[in-house]
Design a protein around this ligand. Structure first.
Ligand code: GLN
Length: 483
């Protein structure tokens, strides 16, 4: 039962082959049995899940239908869930029960999705290995000695291990696409503004975007359908109609123009990954796509710009966690300054503290122009590169990551080494573009992802290309042994 995709579950529920309650019980038992190996959940919400599953079954019995009605999912633990711990992977929020549901959570609940729990993540979504979580590292089900990627590593590991069919995640610089690549999943970061950020605890507000993590493009289409749409509570949400993503999956790829940036294949890319990317290009050519070499000349500046902008926004966003308005409060403060210092010093882990310091420095008088303003200018150049490229091509294709999942602990002593691994994903966030990662093969038994980028609001095109590719390849069907 646990092997089913969201699409298969929807058919099974519609055909009354099983009930949502039965399925939910099976998956909860599976999580209890297998998750100790992975540590992919921070909280399990058994009671809520069973209540929602019964309600979904009752709605179906009353003639209602819908692809998400009764579908079990989980939420990355930075989406606020009313009355349920929303920790953001941090000691700072270890005892925070959100007073309301995030828009994404409310929308999916209204569509009938069943919340099994809240998934582990890098603290405040800062990281690419899920090792900065206060709740401990998450393991990659493909090899328990390796990281699952981050920051949405809990969602990715849980879905990859078939503990549940799909989960929500967020992507500020790659945190949906990179863990998808590392665990053999399909993950979509939507256009900035496509999915409401209301109730999503902010890391870098101008870059953060929620999206689906699942095994197939078809399932990403189903989950995105439930997440996307205008929200008046989010001032950066965009009032664009949401297309029927599932209906768009079957478009032909005949004549599709795929741009392959020459900068993607420089030093630093594992040659075995380069070869798998070439194979995926050949596969898409067979389906009628036309390949064109393009250039993204400012790509080399994207990492330094991102690692100024994201920490700058984080230093501002995280100032609310002061032990008074929000978050952990130290014992017996001597005075106000001691209260702030110790509450923040105790509540935030080392990576978060590092980012706050970098960000506060980049924003400080005298350095603002040299760092923050400069980074914003680079951001515009990165966007311009994409605008030029999309005059000539329909999508851009390349690797999601330069290397497969590294060993737990391998990059802990060198944060910059981890930052460099984000080279292919962060440009989409700087430009606000949608991007998708899908399975493209294996290196040393570890999954490899191919990334597709599209113009604004062309999530449907990404899902269409990925679905057609998945109809003709079987990488995405591979299951990690032991799960
Ligand atoms: N690895 C990047 C960072 O640490 C991206 C994280 C994310 O997308 N949330 O900032």
């Amino acid at each position: 039962m646990h092997q089913m995709t969201l699409a298969e579950i929807a058919r099974g529920l519609a055909d009354k082959k099983f009930s949502s309650e039965e399925l939910t019980k099976v998956l909860l038992a599976r999580i209890t049995q297998l998750d100790p190996q992975l540590n992919s959940f921070i909280s399990l919400t058994e009671e809520l899940a069973l209540e929602q599953a019964k309600a979904a079954d009752a709605r179906r019995a009353n003639g209602e239908s819908g692809a998400l009605l009764g579908a079990p999912i989980a939420h990355k633990d930075l989406f606020c869930t009313k009355g349920i711990r929303t920790s953001c992977g941090s000691k700072m929020l270890d005892n925070f029960k959100a007073p309301y549901d995030a828009t994404v959570v409310a929308k999916l609940a209204a569509a009938g999705a069943v919340t099994l729990g809240k998934t582990n993540m890098d603290e405040f979504a800062m990281g690419s290995a899920n090792e900065s979580s206060y709740y401990g590292a998450v393991k990659n089900p493909w090899n328990l000695e390796h990281v699952p990627g981050g920051s949405s590593g809990g969602s990715a590991a849980a879905v990859a291990a078939r503990l549940l069919p799909a989960a929500t995640a967020t992507d500020t610089g790659g945190s949906i696409r990179q863990p998808a690549a590392f665990t053999n999943l399909t993950g979509l970061k939507p256009t900035y503004g496509r999915v409401s950020r209301w109730g999503m605890i902010a890391y870098a507000s101008s870059l953060d975007q929620g999206g689906p993590l699942a095994r197939t493009a078809e399932d990403c289409a189903i989950l995105l359908q439930g997440m996307a749409g205008f929200d008046q509570n989010d001032s950066t949400s965009i009032d664009e109609p949401v297309p029927d993503y599932t209906a768009g999956l079957n478009g032909s790829l005949q004549g599709l123009r795929i741009g392959v940036p020459k900068e993607y294949f420089g030093a630093g890319l594992d040659p075995r990954i380069a070869e798998l990317i070439q194979n995926s290009i050949k596969e898409l050519q067979k389906l009628g796509a036309v390949i064109k070499e393009i250039s993204l000349p400012n790509m080399q500046h994207a990492i330094p710009a991102y690692y100024v902008i994201a920490p700058a926004e984080a230093s501002s966003n995280l100032s609310r966690f002061d032990g008074v308005r929000f978050g952990h409060r130290c014992e017996q403060p001597k005075n106000l300054e001691d209260l702030y210092k110790r509450s923040r010093g105790e509540g935030f882990g080392p990576e978060v503290q590092r980012r706050i310091m970098v960000g506060a420095y980049a924003l400080s008088a005298g350095y603002y122009d040299a760092y923050y303003l400069k980074a914003q200018k680079i951001r515009r150049l990165v966007k311009n590169d994409f605008m030029t490229a999309f005059n000539e091509v329909d999508i851009i294709l390349g690797p999601t990551t330069p290397n497969p999942a590294w060993k737990l602990g391998a990059k802990n002593s060198d944060p910059v080494a981890a930052y460099l691994e984000d080279v292919y994903t962060i440009t989409a966030n700087l430009a606000g573009l949608p991007g998708l990662s899908m399975p493209a093969g294996f290196v040393d038994g570890l999954p490899v992802g191919v990334q597709l980028l599209a113009p604004y609001f062309q999530e449907g095109r990404l899902l269409n290309v990925a679905h057609q590719y998945q109809l003709n390849t079987d990488w995405h069907t591979r299951t990690p042994t032991g799960f």
